[in-house]
Design a protein around this ligand. Structure first.
Ligand SMILES: NC(=O)c1ccc[n+]([C@@H]2O[C@H](COP(=O)([O-])OP(=O)(O)OC[C@H]3O[C@@H](n4cnc5c(N)ncnc54)[C@H](OP(=O)(O)O)[C@@H]3O)[C@@H](O)[C@H]2O)c1
Length: 247
């Protein structure tokens, strides 16, 4: 039996466990299982690996995405660029490699979307300055898409929401929401932008996937902008994890 799992704390509801359990059943993968491993302290990771010799791969969630790094033997390019790990491959010889599949999930889905739209050149405003924002920045760096980060406080490297104008949204037409604003159970919230100044030239990508249409996307659609939610990225990062584990 090949075992896969998720480490984090607390683990109340897990998308990954449901996703992989359904995938194994749908695709007739009978030799694999996916389990949750609640780890309040990341120092317990070596003990977990010692007691679970069938583990082939792990997903990593809050609060261990950065703290897990010293416990690994090697970091993939994606994890190095983002500075965080959400997938670990456990090789037969015991070597532990960290990856960031959010980077791949975002990059792949953005490239596919821009390709469908025939957009070859763009520039982005990234809303939010947390972990998901770092994965988005790394992907945009690699795709050579220029960007500005918008955060609640302006700094040497970030603009504030008050500084976002219609002109800025025309110069940076791709708006990417990496904040949790709009997520269930607060679907009424949204990033504070001058939405009335959006045009059909704008493209709004929301990393939020629950609900499928956030206020951010609805306000963009109302102005004729293109919209894309976070569901394909969520599935894309999970499929990338599976690909890494099978590689
Ligand atoms: N679709 C996917 O596959 C996928 C993957 C990863 C994450 N996500 C989603 O992305 C979102 C962010 O995740 P994360 O891990 O980056 O979280 P995080 O590290 O907590 O960062 C979120 C950032 O959003 C900003 N923010 C938080 N609350 C805000 C508020 N009330 N108003 C304005 N800005 C606020 C903050 O930036 P400032 O303080 O600098 O403004 C913060 O750094 C979550 O909803 C998560 O579910 C989706």
């Amino acid at each position: 039996m090949n075992l896969y799992g998720l480490i984090g704390y607390p683990l109340t509801h897990s998308f990954s466990k449901r996703y992989f359990t359904e995938k194994f059943s749908r695709e007739g993968i009978r030799d694999s299982a996916y389990e949750l491993f609640e780890l309040p302290d990341i120092a317990a990771l070596p003990g977990l690996l010692a007691t679970q010799p069938n583990l082939r791969g792990l997903n990593v969630t809050i609060p261990h995405k950065q703290a897990v790094i010293p416990f690994l033997d090697h970091l993939d390019e994606s994890a190095r660029k983002v500075g965080a790990v959400n997938v670990i491959k456990l090789a037969a010889g015991g070597k532990k490699t960290g990856y960031n599949s959010d980077y791949y999930g975002f990059r792949t889905t953005l490239v596919a979307w821009l390709g469908r739209l025939g957009v070859t050149e763009t520039a982005a405003l990234i809303l939010g300055n947390g972990g998901a924002s770092r994965a988005v920045r790394a992907a945009l760096d690699d795709l050579r898409i220029p960007y500005q980060v918008v955060a609640r406080e302006a700094s040497a490297t970030t603009l504030s929401y008050q500084q976002v104008t219609g002109e800025l949204m025309a110069a940076f037409p791709l708006l990417i929401n990496t904040t949790p604003l709009g997520t269930h159970p607060h679907p009424e919230t949204f990033p504070l932008l001058p939405y009335a100044r959006l045009t059909t030239a704008n493209l709004l990508y929301d990393l939020v996937y629950n609900p499928a249409e956030t206020q951010f996307l609805a306000k963009g659609a109302a102005r004729g902008a293109g919209t894309h939610n976070g569901l394909a990225m969520l599935h894309g990062q999970a499929e990338k994890a599976w690909e890494i584990w099978q590689d």
